[in-house]
Ligand binder design. Structure first.
Ligand SMILES: CC(=O)N[C@H]1[C@@H](OP(=O)(O)OP(=O)(O)OC[C@H]2O[C@@H](n3ccc(=O)[nH]c3=O)[C@H](O)[C@@H]2O)O[C@H](CO)[C@@H](O)[C@@H]1O
Ligand SMILES: C=C(OP(=O)(O)O)C(=O)O
Length: 456
């Protein structure tokens, strides 16, 4: 096992560990049981929410992924004492010293993840100012932060762009506002929540994202003392309160990791029990999985995903905001679709550049073409903008081993399962990036019987 990858997950190294390479001998079905912890896309935000409390918080089921390490480092820079609990996956977050912290090291966190932008509201409430370094995250599109900045201005923040990041202040405090998002952005919705809960007065957010991870963040904020109602048609109302306390919360499971292992089971002819996965948050994924021909069984303690034998079916899907088909599920599923008999279409409507990873699949023998047009669904924001955001996948293809370089988190997982399902040997570089969002993926692959060697 690569100690580099495991250490990075614990200590929270920021990005991919270049040089980390796996040699994979493909063609073996992945089979066995793995356990999920909390969702990357909730846990990191829940950690930021602890900044809003006047007393310590306890977060449970925290995965050992590098994105958690990044947020931990940022919180510590701001004076939050973060310590591991007695049990695995428990974090204690004590924000009592935030006001006296001297955050000189903030630049060291530039380019590490997208989470720093969510520190704005809590820091403006506590300190009256915030400095946000340049953001990181997967390069799957331009990923602007214009909605975030506009939202913060609506609350009364003054935003100043600097060469190395953004400085923000709130000379007159933050006040509840009427906000309408042009697109239901997950991050901008979280920005509103984390800012409005302690703003003076009432906030009404229209066009909100309603992903399960956002609903769990609302659960946490309510535990802290916030007053938030979720109405129909993407409207969220927040009554600001004067003070919030800490929380004790078990994080929602990682449905994106669950979908990734489900795709791995299908692509490798395997059978994987994903402990901790739940049906309600995966309803849309399960419908597509069934249409493709994947087998699943729902149990109280998880979901079993398996290839039932026979041919897989092609599908036409469109990624979308919740309750649609999550964009983060798309990349691993495309690998399974290379094994389906016929033509599948995947129209990516959330990110304009999320098909870069298919070049490696084509090199491995897949037949995939990407197009600028909106294929197989409704016209989306990218149709007129020259982005290759629709993929046509013709199968079934027999993939063969190749030398590939992991481009991003989900693309990296897709490359892994492509190599595991291929005939022959593949060399996959830059695999450290995968530990941004997949806890102990090396151990899990070992548990599932994958045949590979790690080179540091
Ligand atoms: C850490 C985390 O939770 N990441 C998730 C989060 O990312 P993230 O919160 O960054 O994604 P958003 O929902 O904000 O982005 C959706 C779309 O809105 C656009 N946009 C967003 C903000 C903005 O200010 N301006 C703007 O134009 C983006 O470029 C993108 O095209 O939601 C995505 C969509 O479910 C997921 O793929 C990511 O895994
Ligand atoms: C796009 C993703 O994450 P991030 O927003 O952290 O880059 C993802 O988890 O697939």
């Amino acid at each position: 096992m690569s100690s580099l990858i495991q250490d990075s997950a614990r200590a929270g190294a920021s990005v991919g560990l270049k040089g980390d390479r796996m040699t994979i001998n493909g063609g073996r079905p992945l089979s066995g049981r793995i356990e999920l912890k909390g969702a990357k896309n909730l846990v990191t935000k829940a950690m930021v929410a602890a900044l809003l409390g006047e007393t310590p918080s306890v977060l449970r089921d925290v995965p050992a992924i590098s994105d958690v390490g990044v947020v931990r480092g940022l919180l510590e820079v701001h004076g939050v004492k973060v310590s591991d609990g007695d049990a695995e996956g428990v974090l204690h977050l004590d924000p009592s010293n935030v006001e006296s912290a001297n955050f000189v090291d903030i630049d060291a966190h530039a380019g590490s993840s997208r989470i720093p932008i969510l520190f704005c509201g809590p820091l403006l409430h506590r300190l009256g100012e915030a400095f946000i370094p340049d953001l990181g995250g997967c390069r799957i599109g331009d990923r602007p932060i214009d909605y975030h900045l506009e939202v913060l201005r609506n609350f009364g923040a003054v935003v100043e762009k600097l060469p190395s990041g953004i400085r923000m202040s709130a000379p007159n405090g933050l006040h509840g506002a009427k906000v309408a998002l042009p697109y239901p952005s997950v991050g901008a919705t979280e920005q509103v929540l984390l800012t409005a809960v302690r703003a003076d007065g009432i906030t009404e957010l229209r066009g909100a994202a309603i992903e399960p991870e956002i609903m769990d963040l609302i659960n946490i904020l309510q535990k802290m003392g916030a007053i938030i109602s979720v109405d129909t048609d993407r409207v969220i109302r927040i009554e600001g309160v004067d003070a919030l306390s800490g929380y004790d919360h078990r994080a929602l499971f990682d449905r994106n990791e669950a979908a990734s292992w489900a795709a791995a089971a299908l692509a490798t002819n395997g059978d994987i029990f994903v402990g901790g996965a739940r049906q309600p948050e995966m309803l849309t994924f399960l419908n597509v999985y069934r249409k493709v021909g994947g087998g699943f069984e729902i149990h109280d303690d998880g979901i079993r995903f398996f290839h039932p034998g026979g041919e897989l079916n092609p599908v036409i899907i469109e990624t979308d905001v919740h309750p649609g088909f999550m964009t983060d599920w798309q990349q691993p599923l495309v690998v399974a679709l290379t094994k389906a008999t016929g033509v599948s279409i995947v129209h990516e409507t959330v990110y304009e550049q999320r098909f870069g990873f298919v070049d490696a699949l084509v090199e491995m023998g897949a037949t995939i073409q990407v197009h600028k047009e909106c294929l197989g669904g409704q016209a989306c924001r990218f149709g007129q903008r020259n982005f290759k955001h629709s993929a046509v996948i013709s199968g079934p293809s027999r993939l063969h081993g190749a030398d590939i370089v992991v481009p991003d988190l989900r693309g990296g997982f897709s490359h892994l399962i492509a190599a595991l399902s291929a005939e022959g040997v593949s060399h996959v570089s830059n695999v450290g990036i995968i530990s941004r969002g997949y806890e102990n993926f090396i151990n899990k692959l070992e548990q599932l019987g994958a045949d590979f060697v790690l080179e540091a």
